[in-house]
Every structure is written in structure tokens, then in C-alpha cells.
Design a protein around this ligand. Structure first.
Ligand code: HEM
Length: 470
């Protein structure tokens, strides 16, 4: 059965559209007065009372000065009036929440990343109810003016638990100096993206990102009440602090021990050079930035001997982008298309200057969006990022004498793995059973979790329904 067209006016914008802005402010909020919050929601849906309207997936030209989206934790939906029976129909991971010990253990929020160390009391999931994010195209003044209006509107109804601004770095870089925001899933029926690097990967079913549509397994994720089901979505909101000095030191240390150039070590960890070029297309040297139409247009496994990289000789099987989207490589369980996520994150904190070292917190903050937290975000973090055993045995065109994929990955993801106290990363070389490989270990975690919320983005009609409760 063909999917119905998506009603973009009923979908919160950030789910299907990248806003491509330079500034954001994320408010993590607790509900003190549910009636006051319902009144606020009604105003935000309509954009009345001088407040900006919740941004939808409809493209508006010219670009508006500000974008706004709103989501709720399970405790937040309960505070607004959903019954325990209704909440039982939601994604079990969402019900459990990001701060639950079960979640933390499963996805690697342990040790220094444990909820007890999170900012703003976010580790106490029961008091975290609502997230409101504002993105602006122009200036901090606009952001401050919008924030002032919002704060006046929610005074007495919402408690600000934690507020964090995000600021884009030049060339869409993240704090480890890699270019980001290149790869996103092609979602069936989503608005065309002018800026997304095109590729010929499988178009992913709408139901992987929106409730109420067929997903990759031909099922439909839904919740009760029906008003909250179609066009809603879930996300993991993450605050991930990056230790740039430690990461740079790690590059130098392992460049020295392997004899590789530090920039090549950086590229092997990520799967892309710091300028964004993928190792699959630029295996030897980073070279000039490839045109947009090439940047994401590559495969790991092909039938062409010249381009096949089943063994990870060009792009390591354990690199960040290959773990998070193995594309056509053979993996245990279902294929890559069943576990895609939309990433809407931006750097926070000032750029690190190695000439003037400091301890100012900096990292990446934002949403990892999906229709099933357990099967998408949690699957990626708990399995593909934190295990090496998900890769299926496979030999390249040269046969087993050249090696087998299962021997060419070890340890956990450099960026989102636990990596402490045991860490390992494999630079694959030709040779049977990993005999040509170089393996490094002994590195710690350079990214720690400083906060996390599993949240539900209601559709616009769902927000209207919540506003009318009680
Ligand atoms: C501070 C933490 C992180 C940093 C610095 C980081 C950095 C990067 C970079 C530089 C890229 C390549 C740019 C691109 O392909 O668009 C990338 C891609 C990606 N990352 Fe991360 N990342 C982080 C956390 C995560 C987490 C927690 C997840 C998932 C749970 C994740 C999932 C992905 C995915 C799915 C891709 C695209 C892969 C593809 O389709 O080829 N990342 N990341």
C-alpha cells in the first residue's frame, strides 16, 4: 500500500528539515503549573500573544528569523495529563527514559558519563519534563529577544533546569575539527533538501522517523491517544562534552606508534578526513573538498574490485561513520536501513585554541531523531558503537588470503564508545585472519555525556490536543 503524503504543516520542522542556522538555545524545563503550560502550548501552536509559532516542516521563503520546536519526556506527558495506560503505549525506551540505570548501562553512559554527573540535575529524570529549542538565522539579539518573550510567557509555569546555547563553527566543523552535517537519511516523502549531499542509498521508510506511517519492517509505530500518533516522533537529546586537547594528544601518540600521519589517523577514526572527504573516495590523502554531489555518494561493498572495501582497508570497519551506517556491508541482524537516525546537533562552547589551552566546556548538543528509540538510537549506541561483533564474516574480491571483515574491527567507536578501561582500534591491512592489521589500544574516552533526555515531538495537532487537556 502506498504511503499517504506527509502533511508537512502537521510535522515539527526539525524532524524532516535541517534549519542550517548558526545559533541555537536549548531550554530543559520542569513543569510547575500544567494549566499554564497548556496555555503556553496553545499560544505556541498558533504563534499568538507575540510568541513565535512552532516551526513545521513546510518550507517558508524567505527564511524566518527564528525556528522553534518543543518536545516532552514521559514524565512531562504525565504532568500534562496523559494517563498511565496511555503512556504504556509509548516506546518502552522512552518510558524508561535516558537517566534510567538500564538505559545508561545499555548505551554506555557509565563512569564519567553516568547520569549522576549530568548538568542541571538532568540525571534525575523525574524532574525533566519538556525541551524547547530555538534556532535563529541572524543574531544573538534575536535569540535573546525571543528568549525574553518566552520566559515572560512561561513564568510561574515552567522551571528552567538547564539552558545551553549552541554556536556553529566555521565550515560546519565540530570541535575535533571535522566537517559535519554531510550525511543524513533520505526519508521517503520528506521535503526536498537543497543542501543535503545526495547519495544512492536506499530511501528510508517514512515510518522510521514519523509515527503513523509504514516503517522498514512494514509495521507502523503508533501510540494512544490517536491525536498524538500520526506525524509525531521521538529523539534522544544529548549533551556530549569533547576534550579537544586529549583527542589531539591521542592522534599524535598513535601517529607516532603506527608511523601514520596524524591526519590519516584522524581520518581512519572518523571515516572522513577533517575536510569531510570520505576515505572511500580519497583513501590516500585528503585532497581538495569534493563537490557536494560526491561527498556522500559511496559504498563500502561493491562488486567492482577497484572500489570494493569489504575489508576496511580504505575506511576502517570500526570508523565512526561506518559503525553508524554500515551502508551495504553485511551486519548481523537487519541491514543499515533499519537503524538510521536524523542528526540535528551543533557545537557548543568556543573553538579550542591549542596556543591558549583552556578548560572551558565544549562539545556537541542536539537531537538524534527516530520513530523507535530502542531500534534506532539505542541500537546504534549499544550495539554498533559499543561492540565489534556485529560484523558478518565476509571476504573481499581477493578471497580469504587478503583477510576477512570479522578480524578487521575491534573495540568500540572512538567518538561514542565507552573505551575505558579497555579500548582498541584496528587499522586493517591485507592478510589472512588479521595478520596484516595494526591494532592500537590504551586510549580513554575523549567524549563524555553531560546530559541526555529521551523526548517525544508531538505533531502540531498533537500539541493542540495536549493544549486542550485538563
Ligand atoms: C560528540 C560526539 C560526536 C561527534 C564529534 C561526531 C562526529 C561526526 C562526524 C564528523 C561525522 C561525519 C560527517 C557526516 O557524515 O555528516 C559523523 C557522522 C555520523 N554520526 Fe557522529 N558524532 C558524534 C556523535 C554521534 C552519536 C552519539 C551518534 C549516534 C548514536 C552519531 C551518529 C552518526 C551518524 C549516523 C553519522 C552519519 C553516518 C553516515 O551516514 O555515513 N554520531 N559524526
Amino acid at each position: 500500500m502506498a504511503d499517504p503524503d506527509i502533511d508537512f504543516a502537521d510535522v515539527q520542522g526539525t524532524i524532516l528539515r535541517g534549519y542550517r542556522v548558526d545559533l541555537a538555545r536549548h531550554f530543559v524545563l520542569g513543569i510547575s503549573d500544567p494549566a499554564g503550560v497548556r496555555t503556553l502550548l496553545a499560544a505556541l501552536v498558533d504563534g499568538s500573544g507575540g510568541l513565535p509559532a512552532v516551526t513545521t516542516a513546510l518550507r517558508v521563503e524567505p527564511k524566518p528569523p527564528c525556528f522553534l520546536n518543543v518536545s516532552f519526556s514521559c514524565a512531562g506527558l504525565a504532568a500534562l495529563g496523559l494517563s498511565a495506560d496511555q503512556l504504556k503505549t509509548f516506546d518502552p525506551a522512552f518510558q524508561r527514559g535516558a537517566a534510567s540505570p538500564v538505559t545508561a548501562d545499555s548505551i554506555g553512559d557509565t563512569g564519567s558519563s553516568a547520569p549522576q554527573y549530568w548538568l542541571g540535575g538532568l540525571g534525575d529524570g523525574a524532574q525533566v519534563h519538556m525541551l524547547l529549542s530555538v534556532w535563529v538565522t541572524e543574531s544573538r539579539q534575536v535569540l535573546d529577544a525571543v528568549s525574553a518573550k518566552l520566559r515572560a510567557a512561561w513564568a510561574g509555569s515552567l522551571r528552567e533546569l538547564y539552558v545551553q546555547d549552541a554556536t556553529a563553527l566555521p565550515d560546519n566543523k565540530v570541535h575535533f575539527d571535522y566537517r559535519d552535517s554531510i550525511a543524513q537519511p533520505n526519508v521517503k516523502g520528506a521535503p526536498d533538501s537543497k543542501r543535503m549531499a545526495p547519495d544512492d542509498q536506499e530511501v528510508v521508510a517514512t515510518g522510521e522517523f514519523l509515527l503513523g506511517y509504514a516503517n522498514q519492517s512494514n509495521g507502523v509505530y503508533s501510540v494512544t491517544p490517536a491525536q498524538l500518533s500520526t506525524n509525531s516522533s521521538y529523539a534522544a537529546f544529548r549533551i556530549l562534552e569533547q576534550d579537544v586537547a586529549a583527542f589531539n594528544a591521542m592522534l599524535q601518540q598513535y601517529a607516532a606508534s603506527t608511523g601514520l600521519d596524524p591526519e590519516l589517523v584522524a581520518a581512519k577514526f572518523c571515516g572522513r578526513w577533517r575536510n569531510g572527504n570520505p576515505l572511500e573516495l580519497a583513501p590516500e590523502a585528503q585532497g581538495p573538498v569534493l563537490p557536494d554531489e560526491q561527498l556522500n555518494n559511496f559504498h563500502y561493498v561493491t562488486t567492482d574490485i577497484a572500489t570494493d572495501d569489504t575489508l576496511g582497508l580504505k575506511c576502517p570497519i570500526g570508523s565512526h561513520i561506518r559503525r553508524n551506517n554500515p551502508r551495504d556491508a553485511k551486519v548481523n541482524g537487519t541491514d543499515a536501513a533499519h537503524h538510521r537516525i536524523v542528526r540535528r546537533a551543533m557545537p557548543y562552547g568556543p573553538a579550542y585554541d591549542a596556543a591558549k589551552p583552556d578548560n572551558i566546556p565544549r562539545g556537541l548538543i542536539g537531537y538524534f531523531i527516530n520513530a523507535n528509540v530502542a531500534n534506532q538510537f539505542e541500537f546504534l549506541t549499544s550495539q554498533w558503537n559499543n561492540q565489534a561483533e556485529f560484523v558478518k564474516a565476509a571476504t573481499g574480491p581477493g578471497g580469504s588470503a587478503d583477510g576477512n571483515a570479522v578480524y578487521n574491527i575491534s573495540g568500540q567507536d572512538i567518538f561514542s564508545g565507552v573505551n575505558d578501561p579497555v579500548s582498541s582500534f584496528t587499522f586493517a591491512g591485507k592478510g589472512a585472519k588479521g595478520s596484516g592489521n595494526t591494532v592500537i589500544n590504551g586510549f580513554g574516552r575523549t567524549i563524555v555525556t553531560r546530559g541526555s533526555v529521551y523526548c517525544f515531538f508531538p505533531s502540531i495537532s498533537g500539541l493542540r490536543y495536549l493544549a486542550g487537556l485538563g
